[in-house]
Design a protein around this ligand. Structure first.
Ligand code: OGA
Ligand code: MN
Length: 253
């Protein structure tokens, strides 16, 4: 009950924070859906969690949350990703819009873009929207939207060292990676290496353990995915700022 109270208190702040954003009004509706899946969800993004995430982002620029999401949502997402048929996956590419191209020397994973037509995906997106609003309120990041995809790295797949902010009008400012692999063993490899801005010093070696959420500033942290020895599932996502100018829509992908 306290959790629910905190949550609504949090929302009041979001509203007071100004801007009658549509999403502010959509969130309470989303709670009803969240609640049908697991009441714990209401506890997950309390003001305290958001304060902690904002603090760590402003001091270190990245953080790792080993148990960020409720179990019921994780298992719904895991079932969803494992139920995707081969035709639902496409080879991942690099670059966006006209520059988009598949280059298997750089990355060899396959992806499936997330959208709200699937229930588990919709709940994930609404939780990430709470995070977006909570961070905007605390850090004035001006996060405007969030795009994300499931990834599968099959045995031997990798993603070479890269930066998530796309070339040109860089608009990806905050990256998230959520892992959906139960019983991941050290011998399974497939870690994400997070580098300091110099691209040399390794700051973290992240095993793709079930429920781990990594959050980092997109422009500051080169990273790479080492080849795994079994199928490896993740959800990579990016909060973007709005770079639309004079009626020209900045493409998401
Ligand atoms: C990405 C990425 C990391 C991972 O898709 O940009 O860095 O561990 N993914 O899936
Ligand atoms: Mn990346």
């Amino acid at each position: 009950m306290t959790g629910i109270f905190n949550k609504y208190l949090c929302l009041v702040f979001v509203k007071l924070g100004g801007i009658f954003e549509l999403s502010t009004f959509v969130v309470p509706l989303a709670y009803n859906r969240l609640l049908t899946l697991n009441t714990d969800l209401v506890e997950q993004l309390s003001c305290a969690h958001l304060d902690m995430i904002a603090d760590r982002l402003s001091t270190d620029g990245y953080l790792l949350l080993p148990n960020a999401l409720p179990k019921s949502l994780l298992s719904a997402l895991q079932q969803r990703v494992q139920s995707l048929a081969p035709e639902n996956w496409r080879s991942a590419g690099v670059g966006r819009a006209q520059q988009y191209q598949v280059n298997q020397q750089i990355r060899s994973d396959k992806i499936h873009w997330i959208n709200a037509t699937n229930e588990a995906e919709a709940i994930f997106l609404s939780l990430m929207d709470q995070l977006r609003q909570g961070l905007n309120q605390r850090l004035y990041m001006g996060l405007f939207d969030y795009e994300s995809h499931f990834s599968i790295y099959q045995s031997g797949d990798f993603y070479q060292k890269h930066i998530d902010a796309l070339k040109g009008r860089s608009n990806r400012v905050l990256s998230t990676v959520l892992y959906l692999n139960t019983d991941w063993q050290a011998a399974d490899a497939g870690e994400l290496l997070l580098y300091a801005q110099d691209g040399e010093q390794i700051l973290a070696k992240v095993a793709p353990n079930y429920g781990t959420l990594l959050i980092f500033l997109s422009e500051q942290f080169p990273h790479q995915v080492l080849a795994a020895n079994r199928d490896r599932y993740s959800i990579a996502g990016w909060f973007r700022v709005n770079n639309n100018r004079s009626g020209i829509v900045d493409p998401t992908r």
